[in-house]
Design a protein around this ligand. Structure first.
Ligand SMILES: Nc1ncnc2c1ncn2[C@@H]1O[C@H](COP(=O)(O)OP(=O)(O)OP(=O)(O)O)[C@@H](O)[C@H]1O
Ligand code: SF4
Ligand SMILES: [Mg+2]
Length: 489
């Protein structure tokens, strides 16, 4: 949800965008699941603004760019681009309303939600690139152009640069030959090459020069938005700076908007007015660049930014090492996707019986834990994800007893106080179930954080900041969040 919309000129509004790639198996190509590469991404981009998108490999950055460009078809959600201001603001208002009503648990049959959806449906058909007709979309596409990481593979090797830059002007803008020649010259100089370069083939250029040509082709048809996906990542460091300078000059001169995708944090900082941080298909934090780099709120952003190399070895910085692998996006963790790696995770952040089963088995193993030696007769630990509980099954010859229950409760309490014991904190209750000769361990229900505006213009998706800047009753919550973090950290 986007709140606090001012009267800025929004060029692009991405709303709850989803892209699920099917995972197919076998000869019959049945679908066995989905990679949720984008799982409900929402943000805006103003005219002339540069929005950086950052996050670890596989978090969905490229998919985001390609879905906005409609090079990949969205699974769900909407993309509004270059709309009249009035329509854009009305759509944002309605989509906000829809998202609030859904958060309140309203279904499609609810009269209030139904009214919103009825008004939205024709607006979406007319203005959302994920819903509009092909003809309308191809007209609009001209105004958003991609610049990819590998310029060589995106330039036709059989064409000289003149054709590469000139053809889109001829085909899409129907410009006359003399106009095209003048424009080609203007553009080739704008990107720091000269007239004779127009008559060479892509293979005659260095990597940096090819990227300049890729940029020239993208701007040849006067777009409003460039989607730049790692535009300098394949280049030598010295060449990278030249390309970034060209991009900055172009933006100032032409008032272009950029969606700038990179996993290089320093490049993102240099090139962006605002930055969005992605994790496993979701936007977890979005803020003005300087605020994000100096006063980031999300635990993932803190860890990500603490890894930036700093030039002065004397400077002390608290590095946060993220434990564990990036989870599989086809089977993301429950609740907050980041919870298995989060250093300040709380009991409601998404722990499930599967997370608890190994630590619980270790806790109850008398070889590893002396204190468990008095609990005799444990036969098996059964995990039930659906019912959100675990069952410690005792052998028939060892009836489960009140003393077993107390010992297990005491051990759980001890474990929950240890570093990393948060999964034990997530235990709601432990009780005897006589008919199955078991101890049942129930767990608290996981909560899923939503992206919320917690300071003006600063959006975070984390349960520590589960309040809204505009909600007066919860003011002071940020202080509570900071206290929780310092307790855990
Ligand atoms: N065509 C596809 N089919 C199936 N899965 C895909 C496809 N494209 C991407 N994915 C998966 O979607 C997820 C997001 O991939 P994406 O390329 O968008 O990440 P990224 O953030 O751009 O990563 P990187 O920093 O490595 O470029 C990954 O798990 C990836 O394996
Ligand atoms: S919701 Fe916040 S505190 Fe909880 S796991 Fe996610 S990032 Fe960490
Ligand atoms: Mg990528």
């Amino acid at each position: 949800m986007i709140s606090g919309i001012g009267d800025e000129n929004i060029l692009l509004y991405v709303s709850d965008l989803k892209k699920y790639f099917p995972i197919t198996t076998g000869r019959l190509m049945g679908t066995k699941g989905y990679v949720k590469a984008l799982d409900g991404v929402t943000f805006t981009l103003r005219e002339g603004e540069s929005l950086g998108i950052v996050g670890e490999t596989g978090c969905g950055k490229t998919t985001l760019g390609r879905t906005i460009l409609d090079l990949i078809q969205a699974t769900d959600g909407n993309v509004y681009f270059n709309l009249p201001k009035e329509e854009m603001l009305r759509i944002m208002e309605l989509e906000n309303k829809e998202s609030t009503l859904r958060e309140e648990g309203k279904t499609d049959e609810d009269p209030e939600l139904l009214k919103v959806l009825k008004e939205l449906a024709p607006l979406r058909r007319e203005f959302s690139t994920t819903k509009m007709s092909g003809r309308k979309l191809s007209k609009l596409r001209r105004y958003m152009q991609p610049v990819f990481q590998d310029p060589f593979s995106s330039l036709d090797p059989r064409k000289i640069v003149r054709s590469i830059i000139g053809e889109p002007m001829k085909v899409l803008l129907k410009m006359k030959v003399e106009e095209i020649i003048a424009k080609e010259l203007e553009i080739i100089e704008e990107i720091g090459l000269s007239e004779d370069h127009l008559y060479r083939f892509p293979h005659e250029f260095s990597g940096g020069q090819r990227q300049r040509i890729g940029i020239a082709r993208a701007i040849s048809i006067e777009p409003k938005l460039l989607i730049l996906d790692e535009p300098t990542s394949a280049l030598d460091v010295s060449v990278q700076a030249q390309i970034l300078n060209i991009l900055r000059d172009l933006q100032n001169r032409r008032g272009l908007s950029y969606l700038f995708i990179s996993h290089h944090l320093n490049v993102i900082r240099m090139m962006s007015d605002r930055v969005g941080v992605m994790y496993l298909g979701k936007m977890v934090e979005l803020a003005d660049t300087e605020e994000l780099f100096t006063d980031m709120l999300h635990p993932y952003t803190k860890a990500l930014l603490s890894a930036i190399p700093i030039p002065d070895p004397e400077t002390k910085i608290n590095r946060i090492v993220l434990e564990g692998e990036i989870p599989n996006p086809s089977d993301p963790p429950k609740g907050c996707h980041f919870h298995p790696r989060c250093p300040v995770a709380m009991k409601t952040c998404g722990w499930s019986p599967v997370n608890l089963s190994n630590p619980l088995a270790a806790m109850l193993d008398p070889v590893r834990n002396q204190e468990a030696k008095d609990i005799v007769g444990i036969q098996e630990i059964i995990v039930d994800e659906d019912k959100n509980y675990l069952q410690i099954l005792f052998a028939p010859e060892s009836p489960v007893s009140e003393s077993n229950l107390q010992l297990v409760k005491d051990l759980i309490e001890k474990e929950s106080l240890l570093k990393g014991g948060v999964v034990f904190e997530a235990i709601k209750d432990v009780f005897i179930e006589s008919e199955s000769n078991s101890l049942i361990i129930t767990m608290v229900d996981p909560e899923t954080p939503k992206l919320k505006e917690v300071r003006k213009g600063h959006f975070v998706s984390c349960l520590l900041y589960d309040y809204n800047y505009f909600d007066q009753e919860t003011s002071g919550s940020e202080q509570v969040a900071e206290e929780l973090i310092s307790d855990k950290g």
